[in-house]
Design a protein around this ligand. Structure first.
Ligand code: LUZ
Ligand code: MOS
Length: 768
């Protein structure tokens, strides 16, 4: 089945926030961001801005009737700065004017004086000063301290990954419309309607039932709107509530980039120990997470980093420690993978360090350490593993040996072009790590003509979740897809939603749709069985007909529905689903937090131009564990998108903050994301279709986040290509591998000599 949005998308008819027709009298907001990363506000002068044409009101924290607080996990984030600013881009005031342009013009007239305070951008410095968001967490398996002496090989090192801009095509935004009796309707580009509703209510100081949040779809989220859509929703709600006028704020790209948090940069130390058979028997890792200026989702992300610290390997002795460090960057936030990719990069760096030192290909160490069913993760859950199945299938199907030989032959006959190959196995846990969030609801109405409406808590953000929801309803009722419509995500129809996140949206909401449709179907079957003087177990719904003992009856779907309605059978159902079996004990740091894991293996081939440092990804060939995919077209789309996004994070996407905490890569001219030319020339996706029972909807495993981590393979393939040119080079594990870094690594000796010469020249100048 194709994506139900494809027609309106290609015709430009799909409705995003900016496509909502504006009500007469709508006002427009714009935030005034702090120009400085850290300091005390000594003076805020809005008098000139207030006199600007079209300006209706300028809100500061003093105009907030409720609580000036939008922190989710920890109450440490004001909506509008009070006495202190903690990051460059922190909203200080909210201008509301009659037009967008007037609001933005007025923002430029606001004057603020700030006494600067020291700015920290490095998480290790923050940690050394005790600036932590939450106390550190430690996961332990086995006895790492007493196993080092049993190791044949021990290697240590550091590995760093930079952040990543979400770059959803639709920027953040909201549109608040007053209703009678002080109610508000809030359109928001949010992954979490409940969180946006709650934040807005808290700011205004009204109970949650005063605000209805409604979302048709998002033009991308990637985690950037899991928590950080709330501020803009709250600002619009605040202004609409106090002015009794509709208020809209849709951020400009550069404002969005400067004011919102990104993927967390991490700096990490590792120590890895192997026995004589290359089995990793000890692994110790310390993560320094750059949380930014407020907690946001950082504690949850830190937790997922720990959960994924051993990637897909079984390591019997592990100690993993993680610090969430408070710095003066915009609060970093959820981003596809949610701290997992950062941990997996460190694991792969440790293996690569061992392989380099032992003169081996990393894949030899990777392969002998893949986990098996029954192996214990450091957090106590036992694996149901497809690691070997994916690896072996990829190795054979794509002929890894031949790929390697081809690359070696190419490298022998080319001086300035070098190929590199890597293998990247992945393992990703599916469920919110916070057990309580693993719940969802669905509301299904069957109308008297047999047509069906479905509402869920799922947010459609381009990932195709609505199509999957429709498939569930169509399958349970056995009716044509044209009879079913997916409605907007709305807090009055579906309350208390978990964010559409953690790759779990289709599973959680799909199960709720399944339960709702099944309940209605059961009532229908009981009713028709009575009409046909038989047992319900003898009748079934099939292709829009009632079947009796396998034979089609005269009862078609329409007749059935109308007759059931006239007999006053309930044709609506609101169902609730909560993932069974999962739990986690934070005191022991043990449990069974994930419904299941998703596995896969990717082989990456790259070519580096050793004169210029630029590179191409020739091919990524992978085997992915889909369970039993319920929609291969959508799932393949998720794999391709995730992979290219992961490659971008690992290669060309480079976030640069200067020492003062100002974002320098603040536009698409200075922040490069993969385009069609930098995507792999070839992406081959092979399905590992398994029949094993799992907790996924229709056994179709979650596919949102796992494929991003295949992108890590590109980093290590590039490294191998560089080493083919310059075997002696020492390449720090420091992603992204930009062309500049490639060039420096290719000519590390020359670079060192130039540096020496330069320093000598500087010394000579100083003397003369
Ligand atoms: N969001 C969240 C997530 O709140 N908890 C999670 O475990 C998670 N995992 C992935 C992505 N978003
Ligand atoms: Mo997410 S990182 O699943 O919002």
């Amino acid at each position: 089945m194709k994506n139900i949005d494809s027609r309106t998308h290609t015709r430009g008819e799909s409705v995003y926030l900016d496509d909502i027709p504006l009500l007469q009298g709508t006002l427009f907001g714009a935030a005034f961001p702090s120009p400085i990363a850290h300091g005390h506000i000594t003076k805020l002068d809005i008098s000139e801005a207030e006199q600007m044409p079209g300006v209706v009101k300028i809100f500061t924290y003093q105009d907030i009737p409720g609580e000036n607080q939008i922190g989710g996990i920890i109450q440490d984030e004001p909506l509008l700065a009070e006495q202190e600013v903690d990051f460059c881009g922190m909203p200080i005031a909210f201008v509301v004017a009659e037009s967008n342009e007037e609001a933005r013009a007025a923002v430029k007239k606001i004057k603020v004086e700030i006494d600067p305070l020291p700015v920290i951008t490095d998480p290790r410095i923050a940690q050394a000063q005790g600036a932590l968001i939450v106390p550190p967490r430690t996961f332990i398996l086995g006895d790492v301290d007493n196993i080092w002496q049993a190791c044949t090989h021990i290697f240590e090192g550091t590995a760093d990954t930079n952040g990543q801009e979400h770059l959803y095509i639709e920027t953040q935004g909201a549109y608040a419309i007053p209703q009678e009796n002080n109610g508000l309707k809030l359109h928001s580009s949010t992954q979490s309607p409940r969180a946006t509703q709650q934040a807005a209510c808290r700011i205004i100081g009204v109970p949650m039932h005063f605000i209805e949040v409604d979302v048709t779809r998002l033009g991308g989220g990637f985690g950037g709107k899991e928590d950080q859509a709330n501020a803009w929703g709250a600002m619009c709600a605040l202004a609409a509530y106090s002015l009794k006028k509709p208020v809209k704020y849709s951020l400009h790209r550069m404002d969005d980039m400067a004011m919102t948090g990104k993927r967390h940069p991490y700096s990490s130390d590792f120590k890895i120990g192997l026995d004589e058979n290359l089995k990793i028997i000890a692994y110790e890792v310390t993560f320094y997470q750059n949380a930014g200026a407020a907690a946001d989702l950082s504690p949850a992300i830190l937790e997922r980093t720990l959960f994924h610290c051993t990637n897909t390997y079984f390591i019997p002795n592990v100690r993993a420690r993680a610090y969430s460090c408070r710095t003066h960057l915009p609060p970093n936030t959820a981003f596809r993978g949610f701290g997992g990719p950062q941990a997996m990069f460190v694991m792969e760096a440790a293996i690569t360090k061992a392989a380099d030192s032992l003169g081996l290909d990393a894949s030899i160490i990777q392969k002998v350490n893949l986990n098996k069913t029954g192996d214990e993760f450091p957090y106590g859950q036992l694996a149901v593993s497809e690691a070997h199945a994916c690896w072996n299938k990829a190795e054979e199907l794509y002929n890894l040996e031949a790929i390697r030989e081809k690359a070696t032959a190419f490298n022998t006959s080319n001086k300035f072009l070098k190929k590199g190959v890597s293998v990247m196995p992945i393992c990703f846990g599916i469920s919110f790590t916070n057990t309580s969030m693993n719940q969802a609801r669905a509301l299904v109405h069957v109308y008297t003509d047999g047509s069906v409406n479905v509402s869920t808590g799922a947010i459609e953000m381009g990932q195709g979740v609505n199509t999957k929801m429709l498939q569930v309803a169509a399958q349970v009722f056995s009716i044509a897809q044209e009879k079913i419509r997916l409605l907007t995500t709305n807090t009055t129809r579906i309350a208390n939603t978990s964010p559409s996140a953690a790759s779990a949206t289709a599973d959680l909401n799909g199960k709720a749709v399944y339960l709702a449709c099944t309940a209605i179907a059961e009532r229908l079957l009981n009713f028709v069985a009575e009409e046909l003087h038989t047992e319900a177990s003898n009748v079934a719904l099939k292709n829009e007909y009632v079947y009796l003992d396998g034979e089609r009856t005269e009862w078609d779907w329409k007749r059935l529905i109308l007759a059931a309605f006239l007999r006053r059978i309930n044709l609506s159902e609101h169902a609730h689903y909560a993932t069974p079996e999962i739990y986690f004990d934070k005191l022991k740091e043990k449990g069974h937090p994930f419904a299941y894991h998703v596995y896969g293996t990717a082989i990456t081939e790259v070519t580096v131009d050793c004169l210029r440092g630029i590179y191409e990804v020739d091919a990524v060939k992978l085997v992915h564990d889909f369970g039993t995919s319920m929609n291969p077209a959508i799932d393949k789309g998720q794999i391709e998108g995730g992979l290219v996004q992961g490659i971008g994070w690992m290669t060309m996407e480079e976030i640069v903050f200067d020492k003062a905490g100002r974002l320098r890569s603040n536009a698409l001219s200075t922040y490069k994301i993969p385009d069609i030319y930098s995507a792999p020339k070839e992406i081959t996706i092979e399905f590992l279709q398994t029949q094993t029972d799992n907790l996924a909807i229709f056994r179709s495993k979650a596919v949102g986040e796992p494929p991003l981590m295949y992108g890590i393979g590109t980093y290590f393939a590039l490294r191998n290509a560089i080493k083919a040119f310059n075997p002696a080079t020492q390449i720090p594990f420091d992603a992204p591998m930009t062309p500049e870094k490639v060039l420096l690594a290719l000519y590390s000796e020359e670079v060192a000599k130039l540096k020496e010469k330069h320093e000598q020249a500087v010394r000579n100048m100083a003397i003369s």
